[in-house]
Write a protein that binds this ligand. Structure first.
Ligand code: NAP
Length: 244
């Protein structure tokens, strides 16, 4: 059985991705940090469909917790992780000059260094196994930049640089590293938008709708699979045509 570890799988895109990989026969390590109830509910849903999954609490910004998480997953599945999906992130809204240092350092600790922590742990198994796939979730704002989301945009641009460099470094070990840069997806992260803000964003999306978490999970499943073995270092942006 192939195994996947998905960070931030308690809600939104990560949750949908966990369900899809479980339905597709993967053993799923569900990482969560604070949303214990929805993580438990996800585990129950996966067990109900006969899937194989384990819940692991860890703050991805803490390297010791991440090391324990990978050890727990290894113990549960009896093998290392074949696919890592670095999905956990937080957003920060506000004028660049209004956001405090403690807030933007926390954002980078999660959105970028969380990925470093997880990739480092995952690679120790993948390199010895000469195979593996790492999928990093960025954002269209990491490509274009967003006003009032300067720190978030910068962290997501860094995810793209991280993806491209790591892809080159680990390709000789048979490991692919790719990036998904979603457009506007209907999850808790975009739930704060006012009706007016939603209309303004919709006007910019040629396909005329926000994406669903399933628009991202289906791409992650493809990138993790055997049909994507020749794809590495790429940034793919499911965004309804918002950025072309
Ligand atoms: P979401 O609904 O807010 O969910 C975020 C997830 O990240 C939660 O499961 C949360 O877990 C987890 N998380 C946050 N901090 C964590 C930490 N320190 N350690 C471990 N997990 C942590 O967000 P989403 O919309 O699904 O976003 C998923 C990814 O897509 C993110 O990388 C986001 O930047 C990206 N993205 C989203 C959109 C969008 O429009 N929604 C667009 C572009 C990119 P807990 O609740 O358990 O703490």
């Amino acid at each position: 059985m192939k195994t996947v570890l998905i960070t931030g799988a308690s809600r939104g895109i990560g949750r949908e991705t966990a369900l899809l990989f479980a339905r597709s026969g993967y053993g799923v390590a569900i990482n969560y940090n604070s949303s214990v109830d929805s993580a438990k509910e996800l585990l129950r849903q996966i067990k109900d469909i006969g899937g194989n999954a384990v819940l692991i609490k860890a703050d991805v910004s803490d390297s010791a917790q991440v090391e324990n998480m990978f050890n727990s997953a290894h113990q549960y599945f009896g093998k290392g992780i074949d696919v890592l999906i670095n999905n956990a992130a937080i957003a920060l809204y506000g004028l660049f000059t209004d956001i405090a240092e403690i807030e933007y350092k926390r954002l980078f600790d999660i959105n970028l260094f969380g990925m470093f922590n997880c990739a480092k742990q995952a690679l120790s198994f993948m390199i010895s196994n000469k195979s593996g796939s790492i999928i990093n979730i960025s954002s269209i704002w990491g490509i274009t930049g967003a006003s009032c989301e300067v720190h978030y945009s910068a962290s997501k641009a860094a995810v793209i640089g991280f993806t491209k460099a790591l892809a080159k470094e680990v390709a000789p070990s048979g490991i692919t590293v790719n990036c998904i840069a979603p457009g506007v997806i209907a999850t808790d992260m975009t739930a704060h938008l006012s009706g007016e803000e939603k209309q303004e964003l919709l006007r910019q999306i040629p396909l005329g709708r926000f994406g669903g978490a399933n628009d991202i999970s289906s791409l992650a499943l493809f990138l993790a699979g055997d049909n994507a073995k020749y794809i590495t270092g790429q940034v793919i942006s499911p965004n309804g045509g918002m950025v072309i």
